[in-house]
Every structure is written in structure tokens, then in C-alpha cells.
Design a binder for this molecule. Sequence first.
Ligand code: GDP
Ligand code: IMO
Ligand code: MG
Length: 422
Amino acid sequence: MNTVAVVGLQWGDEGKGKVINRLAPGFDFVVRYQGGGNAGHTVYVNGQKIVLKHVPSGILTESVTNLMMPGMVLDPDVMFEELDAVTKLGIDFKNRLKISGRVHITTAAHKALDQLRERAAGKGKIGTTGRGIGTTYADKANRLGIRAIDLIDGNNLRETAERMLAVKNPVIEELGGDKLSVDEIYGKLKQWGEKLKPFLADTSLILAEALAMKKRVMFEGAQAAMLDIDVGTYPYVTSSGTTAGAIGSGCGVNVGAVGEVIGVVKAYCTRVGEGAFPTELFDAAGKHMQEVGREFGSTTGRPRRCGWYDAFAARYMVRLGNVSCLAVTKLDVLSGLKELKIGTGYEGWDQPGLPESIVTLGKLKARYETLPGFDGDITGCTRYGDLPVNARALVERIEKLTGAPVKYVSVGPGSGQLIARE
Ligand code: GDP
Ligand code: IMO
Ligand code: MG
């Protein structure tokens, strides 16, 4: 396949970064098309952990060019920290990272407003990552945003900072925050412009040409389908399109039909932040997933809520996203549980798709199918046939109930711990 997308089908943190890093050597380009510093994609390089937030996970593969497309939002300080971490690993990326001048910049004011709004919302909060994602996308939609190109093309950046703070500071103060200084914001915008300049390029044109030349391109999704602004569990979602359907608009390129869409799912479910979660657990099995799976947010460190695999929700997202196959991750985490469950639907809900209403979804109770558990350490398994029979039975049930073939099974965080099924 020349074009492949790797997208999350649950509520994020499915292990997309790990899968992408493993597959990257087979591609010329890895392309991020949405999201920003809310993402946290964990990758291990020679046993060393790195968490990428903005930079595509192809950065760790020296043969891959990495593109950051117009649909992204960018917090430059955070991205430069990521790049420092890449440099520390001894990886050179200078000519392999291109950032669209059209990405929207997240400033300290966007982050402050995101956090203050959440605090003011009390129980009604979304549970955002506090990274200024919604506030940056809102400015974009309102045509008030600051783009990367604006930092270098002769705009009066002091005026830009003044204009922005004239609108934002009164709200920040009203919400109990400290107003930000023009000098501080201006200083950052100027500094960011200088640091970003060597990386800026018309990545849409680069991508269009790469596709015309039949280069191998992998699109890296951030967040996941259940957090999609249009079809996710609104309003408990992120502020961008997170499915493969968002690739064209996020890139500003007619990418045509993507050859293969790999939907990444955990063998169970997790969610960070608020919002309905029909298969959520509050018992020993949930605790097992939390502890053994080390379910703490890669970006915020918050504990992730845990629950059984929701095949009904995943099936819906497979259909909407035209998903070709699945990568099932964290199968190793379920080892040691006596019985395993898969959510197959919801009591009293006989529609083919997920409810559009968050109120309705919040009231639904999951219906389960129960399978026998498996034991033992499976993290060293390299062939599908080596997995315990009950582990394979779970994978095959996930496949059947979700409606897409399982192509990959992940049995540990290391990039080598990915079994490709024949
Ligand atoms: P992403 O946002 O989808 O890239 O996923 P994250 O990196 O936020 O979260 C996935 C977490 O699970 C990371 O800590 C990974 O190192 C880890 N991980 C990924 N795949 C596996 C797996 O198969 N087994 C185990 N035990 N951990 C995994
Ligand atoms: P990756 O790419 C998990 C969640 C937040 C919150 C909601 C809105 O690592 O899978 P936002 O800050 O985007 O306005 O928060 O979305 N969220 C994620 N959860 N993984 C992510 O990214 C997430 N990005 C956002 O927890 O519920
Ligand atoms: Mg993550």
C-alpha cells in the first residue's frame, strides 16, 4: 500500500506511536494532520522512552521525512523540547522535519484560558489536557488565530500580541487568572519565529507531489474516533477531526482514498477526562488494567479510567472510518485475569449505531460476552501461534464483533513486541 493511516478507534492512547514507529521504515513520509500538544505518543528507541506530542513518530527513523500539516496546532516550546529529546537520542532530523506555515500557534494565553475555563466549569468540565487545544482551534475558526507563517513574514508581532491580549486578558482576569504581559507574548512570538523558520515549508505541496510520485506515505492520527469533534462523544471530545476522514482537510490535499486504514485498539478500553464510558470498571479487573497497564496519561500523568473492550463502539467507528484492519495492543496486560469480557452492545439500545446524544449514552449499561482468561508472560511471543489459546480466542472475538480483521497484535511497549498476523 502506498498510503496507510494509523488512527485510534477508542479514546486515545491505544499505542498509535508504538505501531507507527514500528512500521515507519516501510515509508518515505509520516504525516500528522490534526491535534497538537494534547497528544502523547510513546515510542521506545533502544530501550529509551520518548513521548512525542507534535512531531510525527517517523522522526526516529532516519529514512523518513516528517510533515506537520495545516490542520495541526503547535505549541513551539513543547515541540522544541521534543526535538531536544530526539537529539539526545543521537538522531539527526534537520532535513527530515517540515512544518506547514499554516499551523496555528498555541500561546500561554490559549493555555491559561483552557485551564481557567475548565476550573470555572466545575463539575461540567470536559477534562481537557489543559494544553490550549480548544482555545487555539476556536481562534482559528473565528479567524483570529496566529499561524506559524505570521511569525516570520514581517507582521508587526508586538501589535499581534497587543491585539490578542486586548481580547484575552479581560476574560483571563474575569476567570480569576493573572493577566499576561505584551512583552512576554511578543518575546515568545519573535523567538518562535526565528526558531521555526528553518523548518517551515508548504507541506501541502510537498505531500501532493509525494502522492503524485507514488511515495509511501503514512498518516499519523492523534487522539481517537470517540474523541472526534463531529462523531465522538460530544462535548467530551477534542477540537479536531480525529478519524481518517479528516486527513484530506487537515492536510489541505485531496489525498484520495487511503490504501489501508489501520485502527488501533487496546484489548480493553481507557479514557482520560470526563464523559460517558459504558464499559467502565470500578472493580478488581479495572484495577488490574490500571496497574499492570500503567494507565496514566502520557501528557498529563492523570490516571486513565479503565474498562472492558467495547466492540459495539469500535464497530461503529470501523464503519464510519472505513477501517481496513485492526492493531490490538496491550494484550499482555490482560494476562492473569480469570475471565475476560467484551462489550457487545447496550441494554435497551437496539439501534445499529452509537447514540448521538451524550445523555442517552451516559445512561446506557453495557451488555457483555464472557471468555475464559489466560495466564503467563506473553511479552516475548513473536508469532501469533505462540500466544495462549485463550488469548487468541479473545483476539478473534474482538475481530468478529468489531467487524475488521486483526492484522497486528501488540504484547508489550517495545517496538519489537508487535506480532504481524499472517
Ligand atoms: P498513543 O497516544 O496511542 O501513541 O499511546 P500512548 O503512548 O499515549 O499510550 C500507550 C502506552 O502503552 C504507552 O505507555 C506505551 O508504551 C504502552 N504500550 C503500547 N503498546 C503496548 C503493549 O502492547 N503492551 C504494553 N504493556 N504497553 C504498551
Ligand atoms: P493521543 O494522541 C487521550 C482527551 C482529553 C479530554 C479531551 C479533550 O495521545 O491518543 P483536549 O485537551 O484535546 O481539549 O481534551 O480529549 N484527549 C486525549 N486522551 N489521548 C490523547 O491523545 C488525547 N488528546 C486529548 O483527556 O478528555
Ligand atoms: Mg497518548
